[in-house]
Design a protein around this ligand. Sequence first.
Ligand code: ADP
Ligand code: GLC
Length: 479
Amino acid sequence: MNILYATSEAVPLVKTGGLADVSGALPPALREIGLDCRLLMPGYPAVLQKMGTAVVVARFSGLPDAMEARLLLSTLPGSDTPLYVLDAPLAFTRQGGPYQDAAGQDYMDNAQRFAVLSQVAARLASPDSPLEWRPDLLHCNDWQTGLAPAYLNFLGRPVPSVITVHNLAYQGIFPPSTVPRLGLPAESFSIQGVEYYGNLSFLKAGLYYADRITTVSPTYAEEIQREPLGMGMQGLLATRKADMRGILNGIDTGDWNPSSDLHLPGAYSLRAPSGKKRCKQKLQEEMGLDQDADAPLFGLIARMTHQKGLDLVLAVAEGIIQRGGQLIMLGTGDKDLEQAVRDTVARHPGRAACFIGYDEGLSHRIEAGADCFLMPSRFEPCGLNQMYSLRYGTVPIVHATGGLKDTVEDGVTGFQFQEAAPHALWLAIERALSLYADKAAWKKMQLAGMSRDFSWEHSAKEYAAMYREMLDQRADGAP
Ligand code: ADP
Ligand code: GLC
């Protein structure tokens, strides 16, 4: 099976969140089990720099906004996965991040930029593709490639398509005047099409036109069929229930392995867990916390947005410290949340610390050095950090939502709480603190988490089975 996997970010080339982790790991995992899965992504400056040797394999003109582009073929660094990079300088050569400028503002022309990506994805899946290699199926991800199933529809649906929802909160909404500029037929701007409450939504387009919809955990697949987590799409999603499923993300067990993680000051494993102590001591040192081997150390790593429930953590920070604990927070995002984190830390020298920014190495050291990991997300399609935590013997405390609910076993590998509110989080923290006082019980919970398997192989097989089913259905003449 040939699969074209279209995405707007992928590790190790460019990352703003978990979508990049998934895009960098799932295609190689699909190749491992015998599929010819290839990536398509934008040629942002960072991608062009890091991608290694590439050859020009096609040229496109007449793209949305009359843009032109070259298609380069390279491989995803660190794997043999073929990587098509869309080199469209007008769209992607920018100073800032993939979606926003250096000041954190969305680029004005994001609609055109990602329409270009979506249209190339669709063209590569059509009989007029300039490439010899043809996908049997197109797999899109989030709003940035959400228009691809729409374009594919107007090309006569030559192959089936899937869209994976990594986060329904980002819907790619633009004014109706954008529609003709993107090469979409006027009739597509309707409720039976790309229209969404009077505007154009790239995500809605994908959810409407794709043959199947997946999301990144079974619980999230249920939650988004209703308010409030349906975020306006619940009606459409409920009508597409039969075509929708939740497939839990895996984690990259090579990058996230405490026995070989080069970011760590000490190695440890399920069989030889003692190196974790050194990681804790070094982390306290690095972050300027009191050297205190017995203090329960709580870690948090997140995009600082409302979704992640940082305000709940700040509300219980005082309590954690009064109970002899310590707290480390890593992240970047909304300026007011960043400031609130800094303020909390300033009130508790030696007991609380933060790094506002993006730091891959530190994220590994927190996962390894902390005793507990806090993830009070208001919603969480899948979440990766709780799985990294389990693998690193760091007990996760999570709000029972989405993928958090599906991956953490309450009282066995971690703690869940039902309501995204400070008092509920606090009760879960208290449960953790009492278990922490019982060394043997604590160790048992750590080891239970470390023994769980979250490798991609299992999820890759589920995707492969779904692709197969879709192609078989098509061969049978079903829609
Ligand atoms: P989301 O995609 O919603 O941000 P996930 O849990 O799926 O949430 O993935 C987040 C990923 O980004 C994880 O790999 C996490 O470690 C990483 N991450 C988030 N913020 C930072 C940061 N400030 N520094 C380093 N890594 C970060
Ligand atoms: C999103 C979600 C996160 C998920 C990730 C990868 O950014 O917020 O929960 O793990 O995508 O699928």
